[in-house]
Design a protein around this ligand. Structure first.
Ligand SMILES: C[S@@+](CC[C@H](N)C(=O)[O-])C[C@H]1O[C@@H](n2cnc3c(N)ncnc32)[C@H](O)[C@@H]1O
Length: 243
């Protein structure tokens, strides 16, 4: 199958750290703690929750602290992630996993109460369709964690130094920051109200993981922000509710 240069998760192995977090062999991510707090503020028993770009399903472990019966659907574009998540959470009768692409649509015919999408949109070339699809599949509250800031900045981390005839790299990750107001205008045009929530994490934990678990190969911290090489991640949460 032919993939676009930026479609990293379709063409590379599943991230071993995320798999080990899903297995409970590594601690949960710092953003899991905040996600569980944010979902906990709006969750009531019986509500259905969608995790868009769920990978191997590691957030589910944290969400289970809120409710052992929380009705969870995890979707990911990568069939290997979904196969693995199904295996790891085979005993969880309230969890369900499906292959879906947030660029082509989720569950508009059967929207869920709470939708979240963490650490995915920065890696896509254009936020408009995925954000509209997330909102079209949400009834009450949608949380997005991504890079938002004063400017839109398109950034590519190259996986090769091969370039096509037009000078474009042939294999890279996007690490895009969207201007906050531009991002929120997309949601407002769909009839949603947006609240910006600062990201909270302990930089010490990330730095320690960089040195120990990731053996100097992952992201580290600079001045309290997560950094991937020279790129600083300005993480934010957007909480969206129907206007
Ligand atoms: C950086 S990982 C983040 C995983 C998880 N959400 C987290 O925060 O740890 C990006 C995930 O998004 C998934 N993904 C990328 N593009 C997607 C798409 N178009 N539709 C659904 N999932 C996608 C990838 O397969 C991968 O599991």
């Amino acid at each position: 199958m032919q993939f676009e240069p930026w479609q990293q998760w379709q063409k590379r192995d599943i991230d071993g750290c995320l798999v080990n977090r899903a297995k409970g062999l590594l601690p949960e991510m710092e953003c899991t703690k905040q996600l569980v707090r944010l979902v906990g503020e709006v969750y009531k028993p019986g509500l259905r929750v969608l995790d868009a770009g769920c990978n191997a399903g590691h957030y589910l472990r944290g969400l289970r602290r809120l409710d052992k019966c929380l009705r969870y659907i995890g979707v990911d574009v990568n069939p290997n992630s979904i196969d693995l998540a199904r295996t790891l959470f085979a005993d969880d009768t309230h969890a369900h996993f499906e292959v879906r692409d947030i660029n082509s649509g989720l569950f508009p015919e059967d929207p869920l109460d709470i939708v979240f999408c963490c650490n995915v949109l920065l890696h896509l070339p254009d936020p408009r369709k995925p954000l509209r699809n997330l909102l079209a599949s949400c009834k009450q509250v949608c949380f997005v964690r991504t890079l938002l800031g004063e400017y839109t900045t398109i950034s590519k981390r190259l996986m090769t130094h091969e370039f096509d005839a037009a000078g474009n790299p042939t294999d890279y990750y996007y690490q895009n920051t969207w201007q906050t107001d531009y991002f929120h205008t997309i949601a407002r045009e769909c009839g949603w109200r947006c609240e910006l929530i600062p990201d909270e994490f302990d930089p010490g934990v990330l730095q320690k993981e960089y040195e120990s678990i990731k053996e100097g190969k992952g992201t580290r911290t600079i001045g309290g922000l997560q950094a991937d090489g020279p790129i600083l991640y300005q993480w934010m949460w957007s909480k969206m509710v129907p206007a």
